[in-house]
Design a binder for this molecule. Structure first.
Ligand code: ADP
Ligand code: MG
Length: 703
């Protein structure tokens, strides 16, 4: 994080107490390569070394305790894998059992030493008796020499590191060596003085010392607050710099009129009245594109909120102003579906619309490329094929990316190269992310929300059933099909190459076939190993209603629209993440009929899976689900944010620290607005810090 000559850049093996062997382990096990990585390896908790509990005060609510006493006896129990060392520990107020499953022989030898011990660990109750497994142990005599009146840090460690003398406690010795070598110059202040004073923030160097070795709890809290603020503030300053630069420097195409195409379509061909949310977003897009600046807008709309029609109307705005536009989808199925839907809607308008995907035939492809180059084709719908270098537009004015989470940042960036003045960009995603997160992760995009569903939709009822009810579930599907509806049966297939899940799918398909014999029911199947044609054929048959059941992997996750489908069964639902389940469920409930989503799982569920399933059954609101997802998994795992790069948060949590985030955002915005090149001497340290941490190239783009 600091400049190259700083001690923080030293390889970790050069630190006192590390050496090549431990250095190697630290790199492999904890990704600690340099001194600075150890500095950012924060403690999970602190032990008050001055506080010693007594056995008597232990009760079922107790978690971690530190005890001082003697080992009454110890013995080896069990055979083979269940072999363990058990000892009785007494402190004069009572006794507690200690257990070791690993390293039993080594510990037994240690215990032979006798004497008084200081032990620390988590208490659990087993058959009504208090027990501690794998306690941290230290001879009380040595401990007393080392003991200072500080809170001792305990760090995340791994089994491997523990056997090599680097347990959660021992890592702290290294951190101590590191801090002793550092001076305030190595961790220079990066937040302007005025802000530090206004918020009474602890100085940066002191904060790093105290987050590891706080003199007391209050000092730890102050250090934590300072460093959390720093993370969020720096991230916000960066995003603001990017935003300001974009507004200032990126010229955009001017869409200054609403013309015939838009108006005629709106009045004569729009199949329904727009929702309030759809209208609002269209107004936002219109304003964005009417001022000669480039639009960069993220549209978050829950599944089924009607993003496609917003895309089409925006493309018509582009056409009215003489510009071409493109709409990109993450899969061929979805691109084909958009193409057929939009072709139908546009059939009476003088618009040339084409589909361009990886499986477009060479001859058609040539014709499309020629048409895009000479401008006779106005709109193109496709997959990644649209952004290949060979595709050259005459005057691309608007690029829309549907279901953004499958589209990487790099792919989006290629769009910019498609014309001298970059086209307006609209990114549409159906994976809602919480507002606080959006604000941080996508702070450089403008962002709209469509949180209103078209009228007349009935909420999908979601049920959880265990495997033993599969028969009943199939019966239920049958009854829906007999009413004229269609059903999805979904299998998890995370990686398309995963052999096991492929076999699961095939087995499932056979099973569904036995419930739904050929002479009465028709089944489609779609999975990642099929050719694009095979996928399209199977999909088409289901869309047209020729087949009643679609057995599929998650390739249908995004976008697919078959309003007559009223049931979705998700097999092994516990294997899916929340946002994926929500996406899948969005495939039903798209018509006027009451729809159902049935989550099938095994009998035994992890706490986490149980919680996910519970949330799915309780709500249909994508934003609520996103909040829960964030709580359960943390922001790093939320789709789409991982690649944003802005969220390099080690300490701050966007859920728990929303208040700090608000303050950081406000101050960062004000700072960048008042001094966008950070030329004020008061901002010199901040500027220096950003230049070092962002790398020269990124910085030069901003300044
Ligand atoms: P998503 O936002 O998930 O992409 P779609 O654009 O596929 O949603 O729209 C879902 C369904 O709702 C489609 O069948 C579409 O025709 C319909 N729809 C969209 N907007 C409206 C509206 N304002 N009134 C009624 N139906 C609508
Ligand atoms: Mg869609």
């Amino acid at each position: 994080m600091q400049n190259g000559s700083s001690v923080l850049q030293n390889p970790i093996e050069y630190l006192k107490g590390v050496g090549p062997l431990k250095g190697d382990l630290l790199r492999k096990e904890l990704s600690i390569h340099h001194f600075e990585d150890l500095l950012y390896h924060f403690p999970i908790r602190h032990i008050d070394r001055t506080k010693i509990n007594s056995v008597r005060e232990i009760n079922p609510a107790t978690d971690y305790v530190q005890l001082k006493g003697k080992i009454a006896f110890h013995e080896m129990l069990g055979q083979g894998r269940s072999k363990r060392l058990v000892a009785e520990f007494r402190d004069g107020t009572g006794a507690i059992e200690l257990v070791w499953f690993q390293g039993a022989h080594w510990v037994a030898k240690l215990l032979e030493k006798g004497g008084t011990w200081l032990i620390y660990g988590k208490v659990s109750f087993f058959n009504g008796k208090a027990q501690m497994s794998h306690p941290e142990m230290e001879s009380a005599e040595t401990q007393e020499i080392a003991a200072k009146a500080y809170l001792e840090p305990i760090y995340p460690s791994t089994e491997k590191l523990k056997t090599k003398g680097l347990n959660g406690r021992q890592i702290g010795k290294l951190t101590l060596h590191l801090l002793q070598q550092l001076s305030p110059r190595d961790l220079a202040e990066n937040i302007p003085d005025a802000i530090c004073q206004h918020l009474q923030l602890m100085p940066r160097f002191q904060a790093y010392c105290y987050i590891h070795f706080p003199p007391d709890d209050a000092a730890y809290k102050q250090a934590l607050r300072r460093l959390k603020f720093e993370e969020l503030f720096i991230a916000q300053v960066r995003l603001n710099l990017i935003r300001v630069r974009r507004g200032r420097h990126s010229k955009g195409l001017l869409f200054d009129r609403v013309g015939d195409l838009f108006n005629i379509f709106y009045e004569k061909h729009l199949p329904f009245a727009l929702t309030g949310a759809q209208k609002r977003v269209l107004r936002e897009i219109r304003q964005d594109t009417a001022h000669g600046h480039q639009m960069n807008r993220l549209l978050q709309g829950d599944v089924g909120s009607g993003k496609t029609i917003v895309a089409l109307l925006s493309m018509l705005m582009a056409a009215d102003n003489g510009f071409q536009s493109c709409l990109m989808a993450p899969t061929e199925i979805l691109a084909a579906q958009h193409f057929s839907g939009l072709s139908e809607l546009l059939k009476d308008l003088p618009i040339e619309l084409r589909l361009l995907t990886g499986s477009t035939k060479a001859k058609d492809r040539r014709a499309i490329l020629a048409g895009l180059l000479d401008g006779t084709i106005h709109m193109v719908i496709g997959t990644h094929a649209v952004i290949e270098d060979k595709v050259v537009f005459k005057n691309l004015g608007l690029a829309i990316v549907d279901e953004q989470h499958r589209f990487g940042v790099a792919q989006r960036a290629r769009l910019w190269k498609k014309s001298v003045i970059p086209p307006h960009i609209l990114v549409m995603t159906a994976t809602p992310i919480p507002r606080t997160l959006a604000m941080t992760a996508y702070g450089d995009l403008d962002y709209s929300v469509m949180d209103e569903l078209p009228p007349g939709r009935q909420p999908v009822t979601t049920l959880h059933r265990t495997d033993i009810y599969r028969m009943k579930v199939m019966e239920f599907i049958r009854s829906e099909i007999d009413k004229g509806r269609q059903a999805y049966v979904i299998y998890p297939l995370i990686e398309e190459s995963e052999k096991l899940s492929y076999e699961d799918l095939m087995q499932g398909y056979e099973q569904v076939k036995t419930y739904f014999p050929d002479h009465r029911y028709k089944i489609s199947m779609v999975h990642g190993r099929q050719s694009p044609e095979e996928k399209a054929t199977n999909m088409d048959r289901f869309v047209r209603g020729d087949t009643q059941i679609m057995v599929s992997t998650t390739v249908i996750e995004v976008g697919v629209n078959v309003p007559n489908a009223s049931v979705m069964v998700i097999e092994s639902a516990e294997k899916f993440g929340l946002s994926q389940l929500h996406q899948l469920r969005g495939r039903v409930g798209r018509g006027a009929e009451k729809s159902y989503c049935i989550l099938l799982t095994g009998n035994k569920l992890s706490q986490d899976a149980r919680e996910r399933i519970g949330i799915m059954c309780a709500t249909n609101d994508g934003f609520k689900i996103a909040e829960k997802d964030l709580e359960l998994r943390g922001p790093g795992d939320i789709e789409g944010t991982r690649q944003s790069g802005a969220l390099n948060l080690k300490l701050a949590s966007l859920v728990e620290d929303a208040e700090i985030l608000q303050v950081a955002k406000k101050l960062a915005t004000a700072l960048v607005e008042s001094d966008e090149h950070l030329e004020d001497p008061a901002h010199a340290m901040l500027r220096g810090f950003l230049m070092q941490t962002m790398g020269k190239t990124a910085w030069s783009k901003i300044s």
